[in-house]
Design a binder for this molecule. Sequence first.
Ligand code: GLU
Length: 468
Amino acid sequence: MTVVTRFPPSPTGFLHIGSARTALFNWLYARHRGGKFLLRIEDTDRERSTGESVRTIFEGLRWLELDWDNEDVPMQFERRGRHAAAARELLEKGLAYYCYCSPEELEARRAEQKAKGLPMRYDGIWRARDPKDAPPGIKPVVRLKAPQDGVTTLKDHVRGEVTVRNSQLDDLILLRADGTPTYMLSVVVDDHDMGITHVIRGDDHFTNTFRQAQIIKALGWKQPEYAHIPLILGPDGTKLSKRHGALGVSAYRDMGYLPEAMRNYLLRLGWSHGDDEIISTGQAIQWFDLEHVQSSPARFDFAKLDSINGHYLREAKDSRLAKDVAGRLAASSGVDLNDAQKALLEKAMPGLKTRAKTLRELAESAAFYVAARPLPLSDKARKLLASGALDLLKEFARILEKQGDFSAPAIEAACRGLAEAKGKKLGDIAQPLRAALTGGTTSPPIFEVASLLGKDEVLARMRDVSGH
Ligand code: GLU
């Protein structure tokens, strides 16, 4: 059997982080089984669906590198004629019927049931009635003639086997009074027509599945396999809020997370392979299964995401990181970097990327390399450049002017020489030097920084702080 999974987002906003995880699980399962991963846009909520949101979803999936296998992505609303035809087929087979209850009537019945302490559900009154008895002016809905006895059992890869008595499920609506199909019907027909074999989706759809199973049965179709994955909670176990990270995928891109780190993190958020934390996408494709999807909700944890991202940053190519950082710095300053600056950033990456957790941090820590002179000084840097230190720095500048070898070890040796001659510690010169060259008090090893900046720039920055 060829496995076919799907990701059917509703385009009513950004690609939410929880949906991205659902997409990832479907993608991984399809890739693991050598099957297909299909995308579908569920745009039947006409008021809330937007083209902008469809674009955001495509962009988010592309950024996460979750490629889908169908070139023509079905738009659910366009398929409403097909959905309605399926309902008519059930009408013809006597497995669905017209219901002429007015909304007021339904409301009155519900109130009656409530008063009697009965469960509030449609009682199937139009199952047996003749449409000829329909009250005038009422447009009927089409309801499924759902089984009233027996049970519906679902085998879920995560939840296990769950059984519901059919008497608990009422005759659900397939077509509304205006003839439009309901979500329950559309999803079943689309999954069938797309040949979906495995439905992997959020737990919030679990109860729908019993109703969908009844429609599938009435239509005589084969049921797909199901895996309902628990929701993602905030670190404190409450519903994931914006503050906790309930954001769109693009927000994570902007915050400076790498797509491969996001995949790794989202995978671990609900699936495990022993104690492994770092799982490359290649390994994930090899290992992913539905049996190890966790059955209890995972908690979102930025600290863990940061540490995973840090790992992938250190592994990433310097050219790639430098390109991203250059883009971020240009965006924040409004000035594009020139080629020499871009090359300098790339050379600086090995020293910078060991400390950064995100690309944003990396860009912040790299900014001094390409900043326009004179560099702004932090308060701490200013304090380091008190008069005694400045005298030393000026003397060091005179030595560096004559320095031929501008490698980090050679600059360090020159600095040591001066410190010893003056009876000072290395740091007495190195720290003010750091302040002059970076405008701050933390940076990669300062002699490496100096060597990368080059003699002219180093001397110019030293001059900037000593005032001549
Ligand atoms: N469109 C639904 C959603 O975004 C998905 C439904 C499904 O997976 O069956 O929640």
